[in-house]
Design a protein. Sequence first.
Length: 427
Amino acid sequence: MNIPKTSYPRIIIIGGGFAGIALARKLSKQEVQVVLLDKHNYHTFQPLLYQVSTGGLEPDSIAYPIRKILKDFPNFHFRLAEVNEIDTTCNTIKTNIGDLKFDYLVVASGSKTNYFGNTEIEKHSMAMKTIPQSLNLRSLILENFEEALLTTDLHERIALMNFVIVGGGPTGVELAGALAEIKKGILPKDYPDLDTRLAQINIIQSGGCLLKGMSENASAKAEDFLEKLGVHVWKNVRVTNYDGKTVTTNSDLIFDTATVVWAAGVQGATIKGLDAKDFVTRGNRILVNQCNQVKGFEHIFAIGDIACMATDEFPNGLPMMAQPAIQQGQQLGSNILKLIEEKPMKPFEYKDKGAMATVGRNKAVVDLKTLRFQGVFAWYVWMFVHLFFLIGFRNRMVVFVNWVYNYIRFDREARLIIRPFKKKFKL
Ligand SMILES: Cc1cc2nc3c(=O)[nH]c(=O)nc-3n(C[C@H](O)[C@H](O)[C@H](O)COP(=O)(O)OP(=O)(O)OC[C@H]3O[C@@H](n4cnc5c(N)ncnc54)[C@H](O)[C@@H]3O)c2cc1C
């Protein structure tokens, strides 16, 4: 791997997401050697992936080169690599570019889509966890409209213009809202020959409310916003299968559709060596103590989505969100330094700053610790927070200018099929 030898302790971080980057930033100024490995050479700002999928933003405005984030630190080394195995006996990781020994290891590999074992759904539906997946979805949406324009079969046209989103969390809600805005603002302009009334957006939620985990007000208001945008909200309905043509559910409801977006769950992206039952708990997450140590090890840690840290408030583990990931990364930085100095580590305490989701133009819901609000002001707050947490001045500027432009022009200029995603659809 061509990592220089040093007298400093070597800390390997697997994953350059919110958690891994926060940790690397904290440690790279210290007398330690930090090696960060990621299978992508960029950090992805996942909360805005849905805007890439729906042509609101170009992918490069929500991605940032990992090397650039940490370029000023001489003790920091990045390698583009996929970690395949962790050998906890020899303190070594095995990757597609070679093996490397560690003094301390931090697993920050995040999460992946959870299909709950349904391979048919996994094969035929679209996920939205990475930039390539979002670009696939963007292409598919646009290709469907192109095909709908050509087909003479009305049933097929309806299915091509029927969108089913499974999962009523923030990802599902935000995507449904964006698709509804495409139907209203883009379809009539780009496809005047298509009957835009045929475009239907459905969001299916197995539970009794959208945005589970947020307040009742936020959930009700998000549903109200979506319905006003013409989205069909199906609650207490569980999707049982999708064979590439038809979605079946546990009720009489079925949907003929060319596009199913699966936003119904995530699970920890575990790595061989730390994936056995001894380490992994609910949602395939690695069980950690209050100092993020993996059971049985003093020098191996997990942070972010992959880590399951149970607290009184969150007995099933902290939420799989950016804030716990960032806070754990920052705190673990201090704790590893304490461990090296043989001082006691400080247990992690999650500072819950609240949650928010946007449904579309002027429509968002915000739950802060003491204040809850919805509507236009919430939308401004949502935009400000997302701009603030984006990495890189250029990205912030590009996203801001895009949002202003889209707001004034009712437009989404990135509706481009750059990389065709060929999914043959025939009813
Ligand atoms: C569509 C979407 C919308 C979201 N919206 C919000 C939101 O509005 N607010 C919010 O708080 N949270 C949101 N989240 C959740 C939030 O993005 C995650 O909680 C957060 O990214 C977790 O950070 P992490 O560092 O643990 O993992 P990630 O950010 O997922 O980073 C993990 C990194 O590890 C790398 N990796 C994984 N396995 C390996 C391996 N074997 N070898 C090398 N590299 C590897 C990956 O390439 C990735 O870069 C959203 C998530 C998605 C998918």
